[in-house]
Design a protein around this ligand. Structure first.
Ligand code: SF4
Length: 72
């Protein structure tokens, strides 16, 4: 699966880190880093994190329908 976090929206609330700490990490107070291609077995965690994000910064699989251009 693929995820994208809009880091311009992210406010460092860390809800995603609590819910999927293998995927999302906060370094420092507001610097979020994340695994953009987590295993599918993490899907439920990631979906919960996306729902919990107060600013809806986490987008799941947004790229899947847009890959025809070859930019995988
Ligand atoms: S829950 Fe949303 S705002 Fe908070 S750190 Fe994660 S992506 Fe950023």
């Amino acid at each position: 699966m693929r995820i994208v976090v809009d880091l311009n929206r992210c406010q460092g609330y860390a809800q995603c880190v609590y819910l999927a700490h293998e995927v999302f990490r906060l370094s420092g107070q507001e610097a979020l880093t994340y695994e953009p291609n987590p295993d599918d077995e993490r899907r439920l965690q990631v979906e919960r994190a996306a729902v919990a994000c107060p600013v809806h910064a986490i987008v799941i699989d947004r790229l899947e329908g847009a890959e025809r251009g070859g930019a995988s």
